[in-house]
Write a protein that binds this ligand. Structure first.
Ligand SMILES: Cc1cc2nc3c(=O)[nH]c(=O)nc-3n(C[C@H](O)[C@H](O)[C@H](O)COP(=O)(O)O)c2cc1C
Length: 324
């Protein structure tokens, strides 16, 4: 049985605290989510959602510090960059490495039509010349200062592209790859024999640390991915939205479902985090609190229905604020 809770040293710059990671999710990994996850020990190493880098515009140290604040804890942080201009991305990565960030990750995976239209994410995976150029340029900029990893999908159009993609990984000396088994074109659709693709990638890239990603729902599916592909670990995305405790459970080798009490603790902690961060406005209660309730309990639960009926009353009952 894989011990997902065991640390994994990648190089002198980056050691993962566990072999099960939270896959980055823009919009979901907001300050309240991060604060809550930290309070409950749900995520150790953060890989930030992508920071978009426009050509010629390197974010200031102040701007980067602000963006990264929610993700700071005692575990190594990996900052993800999205863009298509090698020089600006390299300068940003260098700045981050000089700020002491141990891991930089390049997003060559995002299938969002808007991201693709701007020539970023999955569009870079489709343009192998550019992918090679960006990777080489950023690798040189952070060499000796930080780890550089890639987030990829198994091809832009199809997994037939894997040998060429793996060649870029090898030639640029990348030692850490996170790979989602779908191609960019497949978006989030169904795939036959998805694990064969990650196995193929493992065979093409025996040396780098390879983290498999896609449709992990449980400790068993995490175990299956590692056993059948030879990946070193896994990254969980969407399943965290219906069970925020999943990553922690995978790391602890725990198969049990999160209890109602755990889920209530999650919701109370989210509410407390929002208060600590001064964002528990009426609007937050009506929108984000309900999103946290959806995450914790699911839309079909009586608790969720009770919360949507009157979020403010539920919040007051869950964690009373007493007048001073
Ligand atoms: C709402 C949402 C936002 C995402 N944002 C990012 C992102 O910022 N960077 C990234 O590399 N992947 C992003 N992803 C992709 C996930 O990290 C992950 O690769 C994908 O969802 C497949 O894993 P899963 O099946 O476990 O969800 C996002 C996915 C979702 C659903």
């Amino acid at each position: 049985m894989t011990d997902f809770g065991k640390p994994l040293k990648i190089d002198p710059h980056l050691t993962l605290s566990t072999r099960a990671l939270a896959s980055p999710m823009a919009g979901i990994m907001n300050p309240v989510f991060c604060h809550t996850a930290a309070a409950l020990g749900l995520v150790r190493n953060w890989i930030t959602p992508f920071i978009s880098i426009s050509p010629g515009s390197v974010p200031s140290v102040k701007a980067l510090t602000g963006k990264l604040a929610p993700f700071r804890n005692q575990d190594a942080l990996i900052v993800q960059l999205l863009g298509h201009d090698p020089v600006t991305m390299a300068a940003t990565a260098k700045r981050l490495s000089e700020m002491g960030i141990p891991g930089i990750n390049l997003n060559f995976a995002c299938p969002s039509p808007l991201v693709m239209k701007n020539g970023n994410g999955g569009a870079v995976l489709a343009n192998r010349k550019l992918m090679r150029e960006i990777t080489a340029c950023v690798a040189e900029a952070v060499s000796g200062k930080a780890n550089l990893s890639l987030k990829i999908r198994c091809g832009a159009e199809s997994p037939d592209e894997l040998p060429e993609i793996a060649g870029i990984v090898r030639d640029t000396g990348i030692n850490f790859v996170i790979a989602h088994f779908r191609s960019v074109k497949e978006m989030y659709g169904p795939v036959e024999n998805p694990l064969d693709r990650l196995k193929k990638l493992r065979d093409l890239l025996p040396d780098p640390v390879l983290i498999g990603n896609g449709d992990i729902q449980s400790r068993q599916t995490a175990e299956q991915m590692v056993e059948q592909t030879g990946c070193d670990g896994i990254a969980v995305g969407r399943a965290m939205l219906s069970n925020p405790f999943l990553l922690k459970m995978i790391c602890e080798g725990n198969d049990a479902a999160a209890t109602e009490e755990d889920r209530m603790i999650f919701l109370r902690s989210a509410l407390q985090s929002a208060r600590d961060l001064n964002c528990d406005s009426k609007r937050w209660l009506q929108h984000s609190f309900i999103e946290f309730a959806r995450m914790g309990f699911g839309v079909n639960s009586p608790v969720f229905r009770k919360i949507t009926a009157d979020p403010a009353a539920f919040a007051q009952k869950l964690a009373p604020i007493t007048e001073k």
